[in-house]
Design a binder for this molecule. Structure first.
Ligand SMILES: *[C@@H]1O[C@H](CO)[C@@H](O)[C@H](O)[C@H]1NC(C)=O
Ligand SMILES: *[C@@H]1O[C@H](CO)[C@@H](O)[C@H](O)[C@H]1NC(C)=O
Ligand SMILES: *[C@@H]1O[C@H](CO)[C@@H](O)[C@H](O)[C@H]1NC(C)=O
Length: 188
């Protein structure tokens, strides 16, 4: 009886966890730090650190009104806690997404974001109408892909902290958002 109940609870918990989870692994994305905790609040920051691949909505719900950052920009992570990589126009950057659970599809895109304005620069570098792609084979085109740094960025991304490459996945049925940012600047 107790064993059956325990099994039931275990199954229910597993089902609750397997909704969707993913995070960019390469290039090294923006991570947590003291500025992040200060701005977003410790409730959000500590909750989100428990699962770096978890959805933003769960942390927002946990934190309630205590959240002082924009969690939907780079998952709330702050540039001050990180460093930007130098890329060249036309450079091809390989990405790997750590897809932990993606049974509920949605759509995904990768864009360059003007961090101060919180606006996308130009058109998306990649976009998928259905993500994850259930028919993708090795090498999986949905989690292993590349983006090309546009040659049209000009001064918009000339120093660290101005721009990031943001990977974005929205799982429709779960209504859950996943984001990872890669800080960069361009030199000619
Ligand atoms: C990526 O998808 C999100 C959600 O629809 C959207 O807000 C964002 O503008 C999209 N990015 C691009 C570049 O289309
Ligand atoms: C899904 O994966 C298959 C097999 O790798 C590929 O042919 C197809 O283009 C992919 N679809 C998308 C939308 O990327
Ligand atoms: C980038 O990915 C495409 C497939 O989307 C592939 O054909 C191309 O060889 C890759 N480029 C580099 C430089 O790896």
């Amino acid at each position: 009886m107790a064993a059956a109940l325990l099994r039931l609870i275990t199954v229910a918990t597993a089902a609750a966890v397997v909704l969707g989870h993913a995070v960019v692994q390469d290039p090294t994305p923006r991570r947590a730090g003291s500025s992040y905790t200060e701005r977003c609040g410790s409730v959000y920051a500590e909750f989100m650190e428990k699962d770096r691949a978890g959805p933003i909505e769960d942390g927002v719900q946990e934190a309630g009104s205590e959240i002082g950052c924009n969690p939907y920009l780079c998952r709330g992570y702050q540039y001050e806690d990180n460093a930007a990589s130098e890329y060249k126009p036309g450079q091809v950057i390989d990405f790997h997404v750590d897809l932990i659970a993606g049974h509920r599809p949605g759509y995904a895109n990768v864009s360059i974001v003007d961090l101060e304005a919180n606006k996308i620069i130009g058109s998306p570098l990649r976009s998928w109408d259905t993500w994850p792609n259930s028919t993708a084979t090795t090498r999986r085109s949905d989690i292993d892909f590349n983006v090309t740094i546009p040659s049209t960025l000009g001064a918009a991304c000339s120093t660290g902290g101005k721009c990031a490459i943001q990977w974005y996945w929205y799982a429709i049925k779960n209504e859950q958002t996943y984001e990872s940012c890669v800080d960069f600047y361009v030199t000619a």
